[in-house]
Ligand binder design. Sequence first.
Ligand code: ADP
Length: 384
Amino acid sequence: MPQGHVVCSGLVERIGEEMGRIIHKYDRDNEEKEIIIDEKIADHQEGLNLVADLLSHHEYGVITDVNEVKLVGHRIVHGGDRFHCVTRINKEVKEAIEELSNLAPLHNPANLTGIKTAEQVFPKATQVGVFDTAFHQSIPEVAFRYALPEKFYKENGIRLYGFHGTSHRYVSQKAAEFLGQDPKKTQLITLHLGNGASMTAIKNGRSIDTSLGMTTISGLVMGTRIGDIDPGVLIYMQEILGYNWKDVKRILNKESGLLGLSGDNDLRNISDRYLEGDERAILALSIYVYRIKKYIGAYIAAIGKVDAIVFTAGVGENSSLISELVCNNLEHLGISIDKEINNRRNGSERDLSDAKASIRTLVIPTNEELEIARQAFTLISEEK
Ligand code: ADP
């Protein structure tokens, strides 16, 4: 930093399972090399220790000593309404992340383990937290409140918080740059379509509404998560069908979405089946796309004049079928793409719009790691 040049990247997978895997990519004479190590990794601490060993390894390493690492940026899922921006991690911040675990029981405890381990493994580094919810703290009360009795908000913190904020923020800034506009004067609808998926309405560079809410289930149809549903259905499932809350939680999070509709949660497979005329796949993708179109309509109404819609993440960056289906028949709103340009995917920032479009349609690859690194670096530079 500050150039943002990647010298090393990697992934630790299947922690706690019979066989774990570490993928380590490193720069050697301006060439990217990769090694894969398969071994049992008992827990996150052991995983991060192995990463530290690789970073300073005599053959595969990119530093000579772990103490050369000055800054560790952590992605933290839930910052509630306490964290509006990138934050230096201290005892109070760790306690707050722990308290917020109620709101993100799967993610915040794991994030905390990451922080505690990194403190041990990189003792000379400053630890910095970048919260997935922070970018959405600009959402006004009219959009973040649910119409529940007031006490559930005031006493229990039940409200929309939003997620994928680091990605929405990164692509919104990149989109403004791509359009040659000041981000603070740019109006966008960003579509983060991965396994999890969310859309954000961005007015003058700030998030004003987003489709994920207090938890990560609402809004769009996702790989295995349901997205929007009449809440009465959940009462019906329990009262009439006899499911308990644990069943309902599992069904909504893990058995619904594209998986529930089509039997598969990988959009590549479903797209192949769609093109072969498979009826379940056609219905699943039609519901997936219809939901996105509804949010585009809603967010144009919320924002006013929109400069561009932006596709990002695994599906958004790679699937020309989804961008084609989403943009189809939206000419009356000013959204219109060139099918040939849309079919040429090349992994870089692109404008899919045709000459008729008054709202541009962009593909901007997301880079959450770089965004975290930049925010952490800026915080530390400003503190000096
Ligand atoms: P995560 O939310 O886990 O970070 P990703 O952003 O990696 O997810 O997106 C994963 C999704 O992207 C999967 O459903 C996968 O099928 C889809 N995807 C990846 N590449 C393609 C492609 N070439 N065409 C269609 N879908 C793709």
